[in-house]
Design a protein around this ligand. Structure first.
Ligand SMILES: C[S@@+](CC[C@H](N)C(=O)[O-])C[C@H]1O[C@@H](n2cnc3c(N)ncnc32)[C@H](O)[C@@H]1O
Length: 404
């Protein structure tokens, strides 16, 4: 049986690391916060007994996931921040939905023990900074998305893999998601559920606001603006699978000297959502319903941009998407810009690893290493001309061209 006593030497090392990283953090070193979080996590693991770790895994993690989802329905986060975040009892929190105060109390104290809500005394709750984030509808949408989409098929993933004799899922139309969800392709399934589809887009939008922008790592002036042809399709920056237009709005603000056309291509339902948000209203951003498995209508554009689009698809479908772009590209002039992560060969960031398993679960796809990206893109007759990164665990930017 594993020892019940943590190894003191390991704990001492972990403590020393926390102290060093903590000092850098207190000295306002901008790179220190993430290091401190990582070393503090390592300290918790070092100090836990194996049984502590097992109980955290078996008891705490499912409780946290379920309690958070229920709390969104019970509007606990929103209610907790109301009236300046004044302390509230479970009776006060329950009033928002008419739920039983006893139930609200049980969920609230679970939230407190998992750090999602603060507590000021017996049955008296106050918001902490995480509560305040989750009170915002866009961030709460992440909890809905995770529970209704990821968790529902995660519960079936082991069974699916056993049934397939543990083959790596590679078929976007017949994989773990379909096994758990009536054999539907993931995006069709989502489109048929407008509330979840909205939660998905709200969450993606919120998530992006906290990741370094691709323009902060890519030399847009040198690679896109200089040499830009200003007439027709050649002037276009096309955001393929661009959601409701935030990427183009950010690009417009971050690279205002790009004076070419800005084109958002998406599924018709998403174009409708972008229209409802007045994304194309001032005429600067053009909205186009377009299926990226069909011929690309904007020919010879300056850039075809895709953020977290290719990671949604196995290699076979990525080749089809890239082939449609390749057919439209002007050799040497057009660029494909792929904003996705390049997962490390060793000590991969937890964000990348989680996303990799999510992608397997949802769409039989995966995150790719730099070598896998080069192989995939090269197999389509395209050439990788740069890979840009900023910080561990973020998406990078891969540039590819059709050689002359
Ligand atoms: C993970 S989301 C990324 C959205 C956006 N690029 C971003 O980073 O915020 C993938 C997007 O691909 C779109 N999509 C899926 N299938 C598509 C298709 N066949 N043609 C065009 N867009 C599609 C989805 O609607 C979704 O918005």
């Amino acid at each position: 049986m594993a020892s019940e006593t943590p190894d003191m030497e390991t704990v001492a090392q972990a403590l020393k690391q926390v102290a060093e990283d903590g000092k850098m953090f207190m000295n306002n070193d901008p790179s220190a916060r993430e290091k401190l979080v990582a070393s503090a996590r390592a300290l918790v693991l070092a100090a836990e007994t194996p049984m502590d770790s097992l109980l955290w895994h078996v008891w705490a993690l499912p409780t946290r996931t379920a309690a958070a989802r229920i709390a969104v329905d019970l509007k606990i986060f929103e209610t907790a921040v109301d009236n300046g975040g004044c302390p509230k009892s479970s009776d006060d929190l329950a009033a928002a939905t008419g739920a039983a105060p006893t139930l609200v109390k049980r969920i609230s104290r679970a939230l407190v023990s998992m750090g999602m809500l603060g507590e000021q005394g017996p049955d008296l709750y106050i918001p902490n900074s995480f509560t305040k984030l989750l009170a915002n509808r866009e961030y709460g949408a992440g909890i809905i998305f995770n529970f209704e989409i990821n968790m529902a098929s995660f519960t079936k993933l082991p069974e699916y893999l056993r049934n397939t004799k543990f083959q790596n899922p590679e078929n976007a139309r017949d994989g773990p998601f379909q096994y758990a969800n009536d054999n539907k392709p993931a995006f069709s399934w989502l489109v048929e559920r407008p509330e979840l589809f909205e939660a998905f887009h709200l969450y993606i939008h919120a998530l992006r606001q906290h990741r370094p922008s691709w323009t902060s790592m890519y030399p847009a002036q040198a690679r896109l603006v200089e040499g830009l042809k200003l007439d027709g399709d050649a002037s276009a920056f096309v955001d393929v699978g661009g959601s409701v237009g935030q990427i183009l709005q950010d690009f417009r603000a971050e690279v205002p000297q790009y004076t070419g056309r800005l084109v958002l291509q998406e599924l018709p339902e998403v174009v409708a959502a972008a229209t409802a948000k007045s994304v194309g209203a001032d005429g600067r951003i053009e909205l186009q319903a377009h299926d990226f498995f069909t011929p690309q209508p904007v020919r010879g554009a300056r850039a075809y941009f895709m953020r977290t689009v290719l990671h949604d698809w196995p290699d076979a479908q990525c080749r089809q998407i890239l082939a449609q772009l390749k057919d439209a590209m002007e050799p040497g002039y057009s660029r494909i810009l792929i904003s996705d992560c390049a997962i490390s060969d060793e000590k991969a960031a937890w964000q990348h690893v989680s996303m990799d398993i999510f992608m397997m679960n949802q769409v039989s796809s995966r995150e790719r290493t730099e070598r896998e990206w080069r192989e995939l893109i090269g197999s389509c007759g395209l050439e990788v001309t740069g890979i840009y990164n900023k910080g561990d665990g973020n998406e990078g930017l891969i540039e590819a061209i059709l050689p002359l």
